[in-house]
Design a protein around this ligand. Sequence first.
Ligand code: ZN
Length: 1082
Amino acid sequence: MYKNALKGGIRTAKQAWKLKNELGKLQLDLAKANSDFEQHLCEAGRYIQSCYLPATTTQKPLLLLKTPGDNKSSSSSKHDCNIVANHYLRTPVVNPLVQLPPKRAADKTTINTHFRAESGHLNALISSKQFVKVQKQFYRDYSCVSLGAPLKSSDAPLLGDLCSQYRAILAHTSADVVSGQDIHHPGCNYQQTRRAHQQQSQPLSKEQEQLEQERKMAQKAKFERLPTNVVPKHYELLLQPNLQEFTFKGKTIVQVNVKEPTTQITLNALDIVIDAVELHYECSKLKPEKIVYSAENETATLEFDQEIPAETQGVLHMSFTGELNDKMKGFYRSKYFGPNGEERYAGVTQFEATDARRCFPCWDEPAIKATFDITLVVPKDRVALSNMPVVKEDSLPDDLRRVRFDRTPIMSTYLVAVVVGEYDYVEGKSDDGVLVRVFTPVGKREQGTFALEVATKVLPYYKDYFNIAYPLPKMDLIAISDFSAGAMENWGLVTYRETFVLVDPKNTSLMRKQSIALTVGHEIAHQWFGNLVTMEWWTHLWLNEGYASFVEFLCVHHLFPEYDIWTQFVTDMYTRALELDSLKNSHPIEVPVGHPSEIDEIFDEISYNKGASVIRMLHDYIGEDDFRKGMNLYLTRHQYGNTCTEDLWAALQEASSKNVGEVMTSWTQHKGFPVVSVESEQTSKNQRLLRLKQCKFTADGSPADENCLWVVPISVSTSKNPTGIAKTFLLDKPSMEVTLENVDEGDWIKINPGTVGYYRTRYSNKMLEQLMPAVEKMELPPLDRLGLIDDMFAMVQAGHANTAEVLELVDSYRNETNYTVWTAITNSLTNLHILISHTDLMDDFHRFGRNLYEPVAYRLGWEPRDGENHLDTLLRSLVLTRLVSFRSNEIIGEAKNRFRSHVSGTNPLPADLRTTCYKAVLQDGDEQIFEEMLNLYRATDLHEEQDRISRALGCCGDVKLLRRVIDFAMSGEVRAQDAVFVIVAVAINPKGRDMAWEFFKENNKQLLERYQGGFLLSRLIKYLIENFASEEKAKEVEEFFQVNQIPGCERTVSQAVETIRLNAAWLQRDRAQLALFLRDDE
Ligand SMILES: [Zn+2]
């Protein structure tokens, strides 16, 4: 089976493309349709007027809105249009049975004035995807800066998301809001309108109450996927964005197959207005009697007055209009600045998961694949890109240009993409002949070079790995200025946040460069895994994301072996998945989802990090060769099709002859993971008996809320061969005994060598005592040293072990040389730092830290050595930053000197050491330093550098200055998307903790107003309060929020209060022994 599959494999891109065209050739009778289409395109000489008469005028307007003030750019006729159109506005109804009046594509003035009402927009974004890439970068950046506490990994998703939401808000408030005008957005959906009402503290009218009731009922209604009676095979799609008016118009001609007789065609459409529809088949031309929109289901149903017979091959013509929104989803506008600093906008798409429907009416489900012929009408001087290469360009009147792209392979709607804007690019060719281009902001072409190099090498690597060529003739990567995710894998046109693709050699840190390599590797992996073979439904999203998150490491390991990236996988992905997954509110990898709001929620660290971790465990279990064979089998068997999790298990099972399905089901269908407790007994001279038990691990040490049993692939190593595997077996029962041969009395035994198994290990004291010398002498490999310490800290937090014990263990890591092991230690110690900040042990803890970190700092020094190892560069900034925190006078003194040379320009700091030095000067800095840092902030236009400086400000040691940091964050000078991180940096600094909480108490109304939705505020509240550690504070916080209720924050408050009590318990439990240990250390 496997060999056949290999033979069937496609070897070159050209071959693949040819074959695809053969396969995808549809018997389209579109000649006539095309000529209509051409006709339509030719009419595209001018932009659409921004008002449309409603399709039905039977409903009376419910809200007569104030006409916005005239604007220099709007003509009087347009002004009149506004008045006319406004008469047709009303609060959209949600009941799917009620016909909605069409929405009007508003002109810019109208749009602008609605943003206040639309500040509920934040709420809409809240339900948007959680973007793990952004979270990851944030987490990395942050853990370098924080004084006491890094953000917990479980919080990173929320902050990452918050970041993008906040960005959108700022875009409104800074540029678009016309103050003093308050008017309802005609495009505003019901929920937004409702929120706006609530925000204005107006009671809901009776009608609104009824609508609210209907909405709730509709929510309860079971979500249904699109009917399957009519399916699309091919779309012709024309889009014409208006980059001044922020509107677009479009036309689509869809070849459909009507399978059963019907009078209705239901497809997805949201926030667009379908202006005209005609169904052509045989000799008939049918117009629907009406179009019924359902906002709740995000559909439009075309209702015809006669039945369309079964087996009809029809052609559905639709024209539509929409707003080029600023929500970073669907077809949206992205702001950038022209050469003279003037604001300009690009038109960009982001469709995953369910937002193609915001751009054009379509069957917007991943399993409903079709081919696409895409055409763009754009201003002459703009770059126009889509999934495929351009096949034809024509000039149109009014300085417009029509660009037609080649036909795509059969693909899902969420992967369709277009970009229209001003960009420069660099280009190259992969070894196998694929054209690769990286598009950058104008004038920053050279910043695309690194990504280009990675992409051109990655494509042939994956071609070899999967044994299937990249299926398209080109691959574009593009940096988008307003982009909510980290990156998006649109087939042939991958879009990126600027900081995830651009490398400025002088100012980009190595850490970020490494992230960029991983991100490019991840998105290109999706071109096969996700794009060529797609999950059948979003329940199986983890197949895409978990797999790509695993393969990005394979690929970076291949391209940059010096990164030692697989070791970093453990601190980057694995331990963070464990941390989140030990919480009661975790969820299984595979989770049934229906409605788009549920789909958005699962783009989280469970899908990405846990998904990648269990795939890594499986990879180890079946071995590299069989894994590769299985992957090839899977991709070849399902190419251009859709799959569910079981299809992957089947292919891997076939390739490996191991019972993959049975093992993996327990990992994908249960939430959480087991802790394996192990004891050993020497039964004869060289025989050791292991007794193993598994039960669910919980973060707080409480009994598990459910009884789960995992099939755990266990491997064991011993001191006889630390890098080899002594035995492997499956633990598929609550407990079992295993005998190890060739183990002497004094030998150590390590469970889970390589930290590959997705579980925690709890050793008996005796076994642990035997392991510690092996750590000290570094006999244990790095991943084992790392796994051991990470498991120990988890046990301490859960109350299964004492803090002093784990610090003793940490002490054996003094000679440690590995960067990733140090990262794991640092993460754990910074958690402990929070606790200690509540005691008088801080000086002792600082001394402990200095003793621990100094040897490695002396070894590394400040200056990179020639040909230095990549990881030593990362380790240097980690260790020096820690020593600044631990008050090493020597390090702080040197950092200050280096900062001076940097500012004076005599010796600029390398990007990797800037955080360390900024922190050193700020920690003891006065007002003058603070001002100096602000000047540095103002002098740079590099986003990465602004982030670095503003977050470092939270390290100030002076409460008055910390208060100024908060004022700076609130001033509007810091972009709102970043400001929240600045406030958090202050709140997690023990010196700023009380002040930040007082600031919040005094300003909670203002903050509520500024942040609008509950989500943003709830994150802030979390960091403001969860680092307290006394019953008294727990009560104070509880009482405050009883009096000052903040809608949507209730759960956060109770979780954070619970954390305060956990901290208090931890401190009470371990304080005395901790004091003894730390003072003994003196
Ligand atoms: Zn992905």
